[in-house]
Design a protein around this ligand. Structure first.
Ligand SMILES: [Zn+2]
Length: 191
């Protein structure tokens, strides 16, 4: 996508949001709805943050408002942080792992193409799936009873989260301990 870079190279909130909006249009996500906090950090250009169920972006005015910062650096910073938002939203991951790199690739690939509704739909679906998974797994916690067709009644002793699922260690009344996936229990057991 071609940018009409303005002359002073400054990126106030309004301009950052224009870029977020553009990225949202490609992915079908809603990154522009997040708050933006500004810092004056000289070592961190930007960050995506997720704490206590709240998400927000941070950008450093020391760079974004500095006429000496090339526009490409500002755009790259916004995209880098947007990829973190996308990775967290679609895959539930933070950090610079394989899914984050995949998000970066998608953003850079998408950004040179025209808006594609099918791709936006793809990300919306992935996001919905990951949210449904999170809701499903949250329903299985320690101490909860599980009724298994073959082993009878059991109690969840511990849980361990894995990608898109939760492993439940269940102690059954017959003394047996089984590790079952929350998705499997959801489909096959009563609670
Ligand atoms: Zn990063």
């Amino acid at each position: 996508m071609n940018y009409k870079f303005n002359e002073n190279h400054r990126w106030p909130e309004e301009r950052i949001r224009q870029e977020l909006q553009r990225l949202d249009k490609f992915t079908g996500l809603n990154g522009n709805a997040l708050p933006i906090k500004f810092t004056y950090s000289s070592c961190t250009l930007g960050s995506f943050n997720s704490r206590d169920k709240k998400q927000w972006f941070e950008f450093s005015r020391a760079y974004m408002e500095d006429p000496g910062t090339p526009d490409q650096v500002s755009v790259d910073t916004i995209r880098h942080e947007y990829a973190h938002y996308m990775d967290w939203t679609v895959y539930g991951n933070l950090g610079h792992g394989p899914t984050w790199k995949k998000c970066c690739d998608e953003i850079n690939t998408l950004s040179v193409r025209l808006y594609n509704p099918a791709i936006a739909q793809h990300y919306r679906k992935l996001h919905e799936r990951s949210e449904a998974n999170t809701r499903l797994c949250a329903g299985y916690t320690e101490g909860q009873a599980v009724i298994h067709e073959k082993y009878g009644t059991g109690v969840i002793r511990s849980v361990r989260d894995v990608k898109e699922d939760r492993m439940l260690e269940v102690v059954f009344e017959n003394g047996q301990t089984k590790t079952l996936s929350a998705r499997w229990v959801h489909d096959h057991c009563r609670t």
